[in-house]
Design a protein around this ligand. Structure first.
Ligand code: IPE
Ligand code: IPE
Ligand code: MG
Length: 237
């Protein structure tokens, strides 16, 4: 599809990487194979977002609810997380600033250490912000914000009536970032599944029938084109 050079410039995009299991099942493969292919697609789509001049992209990699899955699947996802998201991606070459969203204290200490190091190393990179949501849930994120502000009230540094939306936003993992312009969910599901509940207040929702491991650069073009044709009103007329 032909599109203007800057059709994606400055956008903030949220992506719920869904459909790995169904992709594998269709091929008679173990679910793990779907997660592996999905991790490869994550890398390719990240590079493409960079090339398009996207301002920030948030990938939903593992939710606070995904611990309900069989132990074997959870540990294979965590291994892939280590291999693809932490080790085998050249965030510096891409000039990305990487931020991990979610409660990392539940992850293996070696991953926590690597996550902290990547954030530290890429902190002053000037290119795209790359958020990776792992052990992330929108509700726990809001609860955490409430706890931070409640502590300030308890310390006498803040009056309850002085709490603002901006203060709440500053207590989210996405502190200082623009809210997503649109949230993309492949695999045909039409729900947020606890993704960016605070930040999604006015995000456009784009759902697509393709399974994440099959997702291509052309599919991202299609999603962006769809977003570009939406009429956003933010409550106005
Ligand atoms: C998304 O794919 C990956 C994670 C949630 C970690 P799924 O594993 O949910 O794939 P489906 O929805 O079962 O097809
Ligand atoms: C959402 O997908 C979580 C991630 C993609 C990481 P799920 O597959 O876990 O969501 P549900 O269970 O279908 O709502
Ligand atoms: Mg799913």
């Amino acid at each position: 599809m032909p599109h203007a050079e800057d059709f994606a410039k400055g956008l903030s995009i949220g992506i719920i990487m869904d459909g790995n299991g169904r992709w594998a099942k269709k091929r008679g493969l173990p679910r793990t194979a779907g997660h592996k292919k999905g991790a490869e697609v994550f890398q390719d789509i990240t590079r493409y977002c960079n090339a398009l001049g996207v301002a920030s992209v948030t990938f939903y990699a593992f939710s606070t609810e995904n611990w309900k899955r069989p132990e074997e699947e959870v540990s294979s996802i965590m291994r892939l997380f280590g291999d693809y998201l932490i080790k085998a991606f050249d965030y510096e070459k891409e000039n990305n600033r990487v931020v991990f969203l979610g409660d990392r204290t539940a992850l293996a200490p070696k991953y926590q250490k690597q996550m902290n190091e990547i954030e530290e190393r890429t902190r002053s990179n000037t290119g795209m912000v790359l958020n990776i949501a792992v052990n992330y849930g929108g509700r726990p994120e809001i609860v955490r914000a409430a706890q931070i502000l409640a502590q300030r009230v308890k310390d006498g540094a803040l009056q309850p009536q002085d709490i603002t939306e901006e203060m709440m936003s500053d207590c989210m993992y996405t502190r200082g970032q623009k809210d997503p312009d649109f949230i993309l969910r492949p695999s045909g599901e039409k729900r947020l599944s606890n993704f960016m509940l605070w930040q999604a207040a006015y995000s456009e929702l784009v759902e697509m029938d393709v399974l994440w491991p099959d997702f291509t650069r052309d599919d991202l073009d299609t999603a962006i084109e769809e977003f570009n044709h939406r009429s956003r009103r933010f409550g106005g007329i």
